[in-house]
Design a protein around this ligand. Structure first.
Ligand SMILES: NC(=O)C1=CN([C@@H]2O[C@H](COP(=O)(O)OP(=O)(O)OC[C@H]3O[C@@H](n4cnc5c(N)ncnc54)[C@H](O)[C@@H]3O)[C@@H](O)[C@H]2O)C=CC1
Ligand SMILES: O=C(O)C1=NCCCC1
Length: 315
């Protein structure tokens, strides 16, 4: 019996090089979301992720396995995320995706998951926004100025035509650095309220554990992508915005288990994004809408397969 070859290793630079542009990532992600929301006939097997708290250091390890029959792809992502890190040279989120041969279980590749996590999360928010943003959407607001703020800025300014981008961060200095580093306009705001006021699309991408977005600030009909607060006792959005918006989620099961914004507000889930993509639930874009994103393993499966296939075809 021959031993399997050593798995390929693709670091973050290789992943960047082989990452398709946003427009290429959106169709397979839409298919994956729709398949996930189709139950067993969609061919997606994705158990709720396991999250191991590392209490002593305010950290968490997430284990995110998934199989997609349509893509014939089997992966698991290991992701760590740490709050209040003193050493800012280490990113708060670090991830690795393991890609297996689904026919025999051989590990084919170990792929840096940090770039994948940044890009696929932003691409999913962009899908939600495509369906749920108001007919006129001129002003984008981003709360947060970290990794996800960058990936969201990149894809949102590529796919949509906002006239204004307003950004707020807990430390203004980081928001200023963000505004100087992006390729395009970004207006730094002194408060979250100032950034949110008048915005048609809002993205929350912070490590906040208590609300930073309040319903009284939000323009009627706006669309909110709530990306942070992925623990059952963490919040980014207050009860007002949660209860007075139409609530879309990536996964009902995950939202009811992991999202403090959903669990603690008692807000009712209207639909999964995949149901909107399939057309079995409407996109109520004239209403104020929230897309609560927790991140799904199947998104990593699709993205990792794209990177691996691109690497394979060029080597
Ligand atoms: N839904 C999903 O699929 C995913 C969600 N996330 C979540 O997105 C959020 C942003 O992630 P990254 O950009 O990678 O993190 P990051 O560490 O690069 O950036 C976090 C930003 O939040 C700010 N911040 C930290 N503590 C805060 C507080 N208490 N109040 C307000 N702002 C605060 C920081 O100044 C920083 O600008 C996190 O909550 C993360 O867990 C991350 C990956 C995937
Ligand atoms: O989907 C992911 O990856 C993550 N989601 C929530 C926070 C950690 C990473």
């Amino acid at each position: 019996m021959s031993r399997p070859a050593c798995p390929l290793y693709l670091g973050s630079e290789e992943v960047e090089k082989h990452f398709p542009s946003a427009s290429l990532l959106i169709p397979p992600l839409e298919t994956a979301l729709a398949n996930f929301s189709s139950g067993p006939e969609g061919g997606v097997v994705q158990p709720l992720r396991t999250v191991v708290p590392v209490e002593k250091y305010n950290g968490f390890l997430g284990v995110m396995p998934a199989y997609s029959a349509v893509d014939d792809a089997l992966t698991t992502k290991l992701v760590t995320f740490y709050e209040n890190m003193k050493d800012t040279s280490v990113p708060s989120h670090q991830a690795t995706v393991f890609l297996f041969d689904p026919r025999n279980g051989t590990l084919k590749a170990v792929i840096d998951g940090t770039v994948i996590t940044a890009k696929r999360t932003a691409a999913v928010s962009a899908i939600a926004t495509k369906f749920l943003k108001p007919a006129v959407a001129d002003v984008l607001c981003i709360l947060g100025a970290g990794v996800q703020a960058h990936s969201h800025y990149e894809i949102f300014t590529e796919l949509f035509s906002f006239k204004e981008v307003k950004i707020w961060n807990r430390s203004r200095e980081k928001a200023e650095t963000f505004a100087q580093s992006v390729k395009g306009p970004a207006q730094v705001c002194s408060s979250a309220q100032e950034a949110v006021t008048g915005a048609d699309v809002i993205i929350t991408v912070t490590m906040a554990t208590t609300p930073i977005l309040f319903g009284s600030w939000v323009k009627s009909g706006a669309h909110i992508n709530a990306v942070g607060a992925s623990r059952p006792d963490w919040r980014e959005l207050d009860d007002d915005v949660m209860r007075n918006s139409v609530l879309y989620v990536d996964s009902r099961e995950a939202a009811l288990t992991e999202s403090g914004d959903v669990i603690l507000s008692g807000a009712e889930i209207f639909a999964e994004l995949g149901e909107v993509v399939k057309g079995t639930k409407p996109a109520l874009s004239e209403k104020t809408t929230v897309f609560k994103s927790l991140g799904m393993a199947i998104e990593d499966t699709v993205a990792a397969k794209l990177v691996f296939d691109s690497w394979s075809s060029s080597n």
